[in-house]
Design a protein around this ligand. Structure first.
Ligand code: FES
Length: 161
């Protein structure tokens, strides 16, 4: 997912949230689609955005956070322009996923669950992509790369630079 062109200032963020909220009625059933739309615009769900959404839906912020944290898709800290996801499912694990993750961590200079300082990359692990036949699998910005090796991982990252 690319977040380039995301709003930077608080005012821009607030304006982006307002644009999203305008297309909803304020019904509690709209909670998930609203969070998805806001995250699509901002790349993540900043606290100010969560506050606005809670106000719009007339639910306590704590309830909103409770629901949002239940879903792995929602992020509460900024993510990189490129999201690298390494599968850690059993199928990939036995085919060498730990070596791929290790290589990615080394290449990007970050640990699983973090983002590079220049906001270029975020590194995550996922339980299974459902593409086990291609194990070990890496997904970069929703594009699937199968039968990964540490060498292929290096090429992949080099190709993105
Ligand atoms: S275990 Fe990796 S894609 Fe299923």
């Amino acid at each position: 997912m690319s977040v380039s062109g995301s709003p930077n200032t608080k005012q821009e963020m607030a304006a982006a949230v307002d644009v999203v909220l305008k297309s909803f009625k304020g019904d509690k059933a709209e909670l998930i689609p609203i969070l998805q739309q806001v995250q699509l615009k901002l790349g993540y769900l900043p606290q100010e955005a969560m506050r606005k959404i809670a106000g719009f839906l007339r639910v306590p912020e704590s309830t909103l956070f409770g629901v949002a944290t239940f879903y792995a898709q929602f992020k509460f800290v900024p993510v990189g322009r490129n999201i690298v996801k390494v599968c850690r499912g059993t199928g990939c694990y036995v085919k060498g996923a730990p070596r791929i993750l290790e290589e990615m961590e080394k290449l990007l200079g970050i640990k699983d669950g973090s983002t590079t300082k220049d906001m270029e990359y975020s590194l995550e692990t996922v339980a299974c992509f459902g593409s086990c036949a291609l194990a070990p699998v890496v997904v970069v910005n929703d594009r699937v790369y199968g039968r990964m090796t540490p060498e292929k991982a290096r090429e992949l990252i080099k190709g993105k630079e």
